[in-house]
Design a binder for this molecule. Structure first.
Ligand code: SAM
Length: 253
């Protein structure tokens, strides 16, 4: 069933129709009585829930993204090291699990060209909206210009890439199955998680990523989480709450 999109304001109807067409959403005249829906307000697209929680939004301009852009530790932060940002190196990156685009935005703000692949219509629409807003803000427009969103299953999309389009790095951050220890996870992020579901096919995505990356594949995991299975790691970079597992490409540049 298509995911509902509620856009009550006449001035947002054209944009709502565009989002509905692009991501296969269903425009609804009233918000559903139960469950989740996307709501287009005068200023942004939000994931809303009948039982209520803080709005889930993808945002590159304000809040945490702004703080990290201004004070985030630049190339010294673990995600930058994980993709190999050192010296003059500026790898091209495919973020094959874009989610709300937070990691991709960090990498793009450090100068990487990032292609974001997202299969969930909900997450893809939220990132589409964040990119639109970031493109019209002077502080983030040059960063947004380095980010391209593709709504597709990355395991399939990666294997369609021509030799000349192979990225240096494929970055993966699959949804980790809920271990029951995530009581601290915020209510809004739990809502996002329950709409998206667990990414139980991440091992298959890793195989596709290794076939395509020229320099390395990076997989973000919870600090104590098990690595993806089936392929030996070539390294790991521990962070405070996360860990970055590194894999060598099957067919280097
Ligand atoms: C944990 S979230 C990623 C969060 C992201 N790193 C961020 O910074 O916001 C995982 C996302 O990957 C997406 N995903 C998982 N497997 C995918 C695949 N094969 N192709 C495209 N998207 C995928 C899920 O739909 C989900 O939105």
């Amino acid at each position: 069933m298509p995911f509902p999109l509620y856009a009550p304001l006449p001035e947002t109807l054209e944009r709502a129709a565009e989002l509905a067409r692009r991501y296969g959403l269903e425009l609804v005249a009233t918000p559903p009585d139960a469950g989740y829906w996307l709501a287009l307000t005068a200023t942004r697209l939000e994931l809303a829930a009948a039982e209520g929680h803080g709005a889930v939004v993808a945002d590159f301009v304000e809040g945490a993204a702004r703080h990290r852009r201004e004070f985030g530790g630049g190339r010294g932060q673990p995600v930058a090291k994980a993709v190999g940002l050192k010296g003059g190196a500026m790898p091209s990156v495919v973020d094959a699990t874009a989610g709300l685009g937070r990691d991709a935005f960090v990498l793009a703000s450090l100068g990487c060209t990032v292609t974001l692949i997202e299969r969930s219509p909900v997450a893809a629409a939220l990132v589409d909206d964040a990119l639109l807003r970031a493109s019209s803000d002077a502080g983030t427009a040059p960063i947004a210009a380095r980010m391209t969103l593709v709504h597709a299953d990355a395991a399939e999309w990666l294997l369609t890439l021509a030799e000349a389009d192979r990225p240096d790095v494929v970055y993966l951050d699959p949804m980790f199955p809920d271990t029951g220890k995530s009581a601290a996870a915020k209510k809004d992020m739990k809502a996002f998680q329950s709409v998206i579901g667990d990414d139980l096919d991440a091992d298959r995505l890793l195989v596709a990523a290794m076939a395509v990356a020229k320099k390395r594949v990076v997989v973000k995991r919870p600090r104590l989480g098990a690595p993806l299975s089936g392929v030996p790691r070539t390294g790991e970079l521990p962070g405070k709450s996360t860990r970055f597992d590194l894999y060598a490409p099957k067919k280097p540049a």
